[in-house]
Design a protein around this ligand. Structure first.
Ligand SMILES: Nc1ncnc2c1ncn2[C@@H]1O[C@H](COP(=O)(O)OP(=O)(O)OP(=O)(O)O)[C@@H](O)[C@H]1O
Length: 584
């Protein structure tokens, strides 16, 4: 049984039983844990995409205050008021996301921290609207089909919401959006190279997590029927972060585990410190600090450390999927990627100076040169990862798109000099990232499970791409468990997933053993001969280069030193002196 179905059934059964049999006090605790689980699942998805929000309690607060004000003071139906709270939060998150998610490094957490503080101050200061520090009481009860929701009913409703959100998020994590989120966290540059519009995906995930926080806020309002600013202070944002880190954020299950562990530790510590040791005050805070440090050091994936990656990331596949049949691209369009008089400066350093090269279809083009010659810079300029300072990059005579996420749509795929895979995902899932531009499934399709067909087709293609690089039998292994050479081949398979007409390989043979190099060389020839692919190979392994390439460009100090076929270049005195070694 799939992990999420099993977890779902187990949690539903356990929670239903607990809600029926437990005393009201504990049922209330369960409701609060469920509300925190909703908050943490949204926050965890944000963290999975590499975004850190220190002000998430603010969305929780807005989601709580909007229905409180609308239902109590303006006579709105409670459910409608709650819905409007969610919409308001999503709109706020969209605006904040558009502004702050472009920030990098420490700026995003600081911006969200500032947002959390501002909203908290507004809750306290807007006395007319919110009741100020004393809060709002007498909030009407939620009533569904004429049934007034008491503690047990609210607790059941909260956990129904947790169950539905959990299932939807499991699907989203595993699908196209989830993979792109994980890719963004691992390397925004790599994600963009496979067609992910990084800024748009970040905003989408931020809005989703704000919507979940607002939903939690609405449920909190109708459960407590009282709201005050202290529930949404900055300290609450930090508690939520502790729960998420404790549970782990590579799967929605981590958020639920984190909340349950946090609640159990908090209650246990309160009991031990206050009742057994007679120590007053919030001593459990210190305990949380210690637990968090230990957890971060020993279990970077939190409580999810004990779950295998294939359970968490590819639960559909207990066995590798059947590979899609290879269709040789007979009549594949003739393409030519050109750099014309390209220059690139980094401040005062001229990394490229008037370089012109051509990468046409049905040819393996080599690009060699000593360390620091400018090969990777040219590679990055030719895939729009870096803008050229001078000159033009064209594909079939048309300028290459300026955003690297649009380049893949034109049939140009690449690998990276330093391996850029997504740790925690299986090999298969990593390769499926390469198919992002071919997919269409969005957030709702994934949440409703409507992306199944598309995902199955992508998985079959990914398995076929893995077979081409000789890694079909490790599809379900965690990618970081592979040796470096195999990881490079996974990168090649990921690039093949995009079904490119032009393939740029940046030092693919570094770390490969003899047989693996043979596989790579044979693959490049197959792609050239059967698919008519244009291949650009940047490589230091001269043996591989001289066996494979049809035409060579040699760079030195950012300028073209020589070009020609293998024999011409091998005999060129300038190349021998500068690079191949020996006397000119
Ligand atoms: N982002 C950057 N900022 C500043 N300088 C850079 C940057 N990227 C590359 N350089 C410089 O540009 C020059 C060319 O570097 P590049 O990495 O393109 O060389 P390379 O031929 O790929 O070398 P290697 O074979 O060692 O990878 C080097 O002097 C390098 O230090």
């Amino acid at each position: 049984m799939k992990l999420e179905k099993f977890s779902f059934a187990a949690v539903v059964a356990a929670v239903a039983a607990l809600i029926v049999v437990l005393p009201t006090y504990y049922v209330g605790l369960l409701a609060l844990a469920g509300i925190n689980a909703l908050l943490c699942m949204g926050l965890a998805f944000l963290l999975a995409a590499g975004q850190l929000s220190l002000g998430h309690a603010a969305f929780f607060g807005v989601g709580a205050y909007v229905p409180a004000i609308l239902a109590r003071d303006h006579g709105f139906a409670p459910l409608l008021a709650m819905l409007l709270g969610v919409v308001a939060c999503m709109a706020m998150a969209y605006v904040i996301g558009r502004i702050t998610l472009r920030l990098r490094g420490h700026y995003l957490p600081l911006a969200t921290l500032a947002w959390g503080i501002v909203i908290y101050v507004c809750f306290v200061a807007a006395i007319e609207l919110t009741g100020g520090a004393s809060g709002m009481s007498d909030i009407p009860a939620l009533s569904i089909f004429g049934l007034d929701m008491g503690t047990r009913e609210m607790s059941a409703l909260v956990w129904v919401a947790v169950g539905l959100v959990f299932v939807a998020l499991c699907r989203i994590y595993r699908g196209r959006l989830g993979r792109s989120a994980r890719a963004i966290k691992a390397s925004p540059m790599m994600a963009a190279a496979f067609g992910v519009d990084v800024a748009a995906v970040k905003v989408k995930i931020f809005v989703l997590s704000a919507a979940l926080a607002a939903l939690a806020g609405g449920l909190y309002t109708y459960y407590m029927r009282f709201v005050s600013p202290s529930s949404f202070a900055i300290g609450e944002s930090f508690n939520l972060l502790i729960m998420v880190v404790l549970g782990g954020f590579v799967h929605p299950l981590g958020a639920i585990l984190g909340v349950l562990a946090f609640t159990a530790i908090k209650l246990g510590a309160e009991y031990v410190f206050a009742n057994l040791l007679g120590i007053p005050g919030q001593m459990e805070t210190m305990l949380f600090g210690a637990i968090l440090i230990i957890a971060l050091l020993r279990w970077p994936n939190g409580l999810l450390t004990w779950f295998k990656p294939q359970w968490l990331s590819a639960a559909d596949y207990r066995e590798p999927p059947a590979p899609a049949p290879f269709v040789p691209g007979a009549g594949a369009p003739k393409r030519v990627l050109r750099a014309d008089e390209v220059g690139k400066r980094f401040g005062g350093l001229r990394a490229l100076n008037g370089v012109s090269i051509e990468v046409p279809s049905a040819r393996i083009t080599g690009l060699i040169g000593p360390n620091g010659a400018g090969k990777s810079t040219l590679f990055n300029v030719m895939t729009s990862v870096l803008p050229a300072t001078e000159g033009r990059i064209t594909l079939d005579g048309e300028p290459l798109p300026k955003r690297s996420c649009d380049v893949i749509m034109r049939g140009v795929a690449r690998t990276f000099q330093h391996v850029q895979l997504v740790p925690g995902l299986t090999v298969l899932q990593n390769v499926m990232i390469g198919g992002y531009s071919q997919g269409r499934a969005g957030l709702f399709a994934a949440a409703l499970g409507l992306d199944h067909e598309e995902e199955s087709a992508l998985a079959a293609q990914a398995q076929a791409a893995l077979a081409k690089v000789g890694l079909a039998d490790v599809a379900l292994r965690s990618v970081e468990s592979l040796p470096l050479g195999s990881q490079r081949l996974v990168e090649v398979a990921r690039a093949l997933m995009a079904n490119p007409d032009v393939l740029l390989l940046d030092e693919p043979a570094a770390g490969l053993r003899g047989p693996e190099k043979e596989t790579l060389a044979a693959l490049m020839r197959t792609l050239r001969d059967e698919r008519g692919m244009a291949v650009l190979l940047v490589e230091h392994d001269m043996d591989l280069v001289m066996r494979c390439v049809d035409y060579l460009f040699v760079l030195n100090y950012g300028a073209l030193l020589a070009e020609g076929n293998r024999n011409e270049v091998q005999k060129n005195p300038a190349v021998i002196a500068a690079y191949l070694g020996g006397d000119a």
